[in-house]
Design a protein around this ligand. Structure first.
Ligand code: ADP
Ligand code: GLC
Length: 487
């Protein structure tokens, strides 16, 4: 094994404590796997009020000093020691004592830039508090974009200035705009406030800051690493990404098989595997009963679990669902929340076709597992998808994805082909007719070629979506980033 590294992960989400989407799952499982490879990993996230810490959580009696640009703040630290890693939660009422991670029912919190700039500063000060200078600070998405800026400016000649920084793009759409005063908030000098650094449209763009200043950049699939260098997927940051292309690498996410496996999943009424698929039928029955559908093994269920935002392309599904219900014998179950307009469109459809369409607006971990297991197909018509975890979860459960060939969906799903190979159904254009035809293609195959579908399920279930390969790639990137700082 190569030299053991010290790594601090900084993230706004970490499953199971705080999860809005795949970021929480990704950081939790990546941290665990890197630690299992023999590296020392610590993770820091806010102690949102919704987090109920387990009994073995350690309360640090000495407060952590957070060195803000305007003076000193004091936070409270909690720690959980897991088998391989330590997780730190920073409690600070002004920013985290409210319901919601990024938003509440009234919308995004107006001070998110401050809340996460504070987390970023606290992450650096955690290292001083622990008297532990890591080799690498690994930040995730815009919320952590100011960490590399601090390491290269105010920390440059201090011990933490020696750290390499990795900045991972999980979703380039969210930039995190902040007024210029965020620099004063953290004590960062104004010379970084220009368009070849952190400035965009007269504000600080926290995503851009990370992209410019981190030692190395990663994103969560190879295809997405290329896509984001184009205007179509770059959200205006493609020139920066092109500029840094030599330091950018796409590494596909893995999944945590301890949490997402039909052989062991505690949320399922019966377990199953690719060699014994009987349990999947029972899960389907249970899902049909839960949705008040007719119990019928022959009717295919199309499942969706998703944040309901433009990214996910589910408006296209809403456009075609009425026609699908009129022409095909299908059942549809959708679990999700987000955009209120989209939520209400799906609620309307479910009211009209209530015998065959079930919509649950909200976040429900247990139902998300039952959908993966009980559905026949899983629909992901994403406009863009940096990686996507759901298609990998669904394949693990023998539920075939119907997905747009973009980003990580393209990298992880093999399209069904004439020689009957493949692990899902892909389409390219995001149009009503393309999605409609692909669903029809899956439906016809299901009805006319059940053996082919069964073989596809078994093939999908045996794909290797573990972190084994990807975690090692991160280690290589850590060494790469570390060298840059020390050589
Ligand atoms: P993204 O991170 O863009 O939302 P991913 O496919 O990477 O997409 O990950 C989404 C994760 O969030 C999956 O674990 C999915 O099951 C979960 N998820 C999304 N919405 C819900 C919901 N309403 N209830 C339960 N889990 C959800
Ligand atoms: C983001 C992306 C998703 C990815 C997840 C974890 O939320 O939208 O595609 O799987 O991060 O990396």
């Amino acid at each position: 094994m190569s030299e053991s590294l010290n790594i601090l992960m900084v993230s706004p989400e970490l499953s199971p404590f705080a999860k809005v989407g795949g970021l929480g799952d990704c950081v939790a499982s990546l941290s665990k796997f890197i630690a299992q490879l023999g590296h020392k990993v610590k993770v820091i996230l806010p102690k949102y009020v919704s987090i109920k810490l387990p009994h073995n959580a350690i309360e640090h009696l000495q407060p952590i000093i957070v060195n803000m640009g305007y003076g000193t703040e004091y936070g409270k630290l909690w720690e959980i020691k897991e088998d391989y890693l330590s997780i730190y939660f920073i409690e600070f009422d002004r920013y985290y004592n409210r319901n919601g991670i990024y938003y509440d029912p009234f919308g995004d919190f107006h001070d998110n830039h401050e809340r996460f700039a504070f987390l970023s500063r606290a992450a650096i000060d955690l290292c001083y508090y622990l008297n532990w200078i890591p080799d690498i600070i690994h930040g995730h998405d815009w919320t952590t974009g100011l960490i590399p800026v601090m390491l290269n400016t105010i920390e440059q000649h201090k011990p933490m200035g020696q750290c390499g920084s990795i900045f991972t793009i999980h979703n380039l759409q969210h930039h995190g705009y902040a007024p210029k005063s965020i620099l004063d908030f953290l004590g960062i000098p104004y010379h970084v406030f220009h368009s070849d650094a952190v400035e965009a449209f007269g504000q600080v763009n926290m995503m851009k800051a990370g992209l410019y200043f981190a030692s190395k950049l990663t994103t969560v699939s190879e295809t997405y690493s290329r896509e984001i260098q184009t205007p179509e997927f770059g959200f205006g940051l493609d020139p920066v990404l092109k500029f840094r292309a030599g330091d950018l690498i796409g590494i596909c996410n893995g999944i945590d098989k301890q949490l997402w496996s039909p052989e062991t999943d505690p949320f399922l009424p019966t377990k199953f595997s690719h060699t014994n698929m009987k349990g999947k039928m029972l899960c389907k029955k249970k899902l049909q009963a839960y949705c008040n559908f007719k119990i019928d093994a022959m009717t295919p269920i199309f499942g969706v679990t998703s944040r309901l935002y433009e990214q996910k392309g589910l408006d296209i599904l809403a456009n075609i669902l009425p026609e699908l219900f009129q022409n095909l014998r299908i059942q549809v179950v959708l679990l999700g929340n987000g955009d209120h307009y989209l939520e209400s469109r799906f609620i309307e459809i479910a009211k009209k076709y209530y015998e065959r369409c079930f919509v649950y607006i909200g976040f429900q971990e247990a139902l998300s597992h039952l959908i993966e297991a009980g559905a026949d197909f899983f629909v992901m018509p994403s406009r863009f998808e940096p990686c996507g975890l759901n298609q990998m979860y669904s394949m693990r459960y023998g539920t075939l994805p119907i997905a747009r060939a973009t980003g990580g969906l393209k990298d992880t799903i093999q399209n069904f082909s004439k020689d009957s190979s493949g692990t899902g159904f892909l389409f390219s254009e995001l149009t009503d007719s393309a999605l409609h035809n692909t669903i029809l293609w899956a439906y016809e195959t299901y009805n006319k070629q059940p053996k082919v579908i069964m073989e596809m399920r078994q093939r999908a279930m045996q794909q290797d979506f573990s972190w084994n390969t990807s975690a090692k790639k991160y280690i290589d990137v850590y060494h790469w980033a570390k060298k840059i700082n020390y050589d």
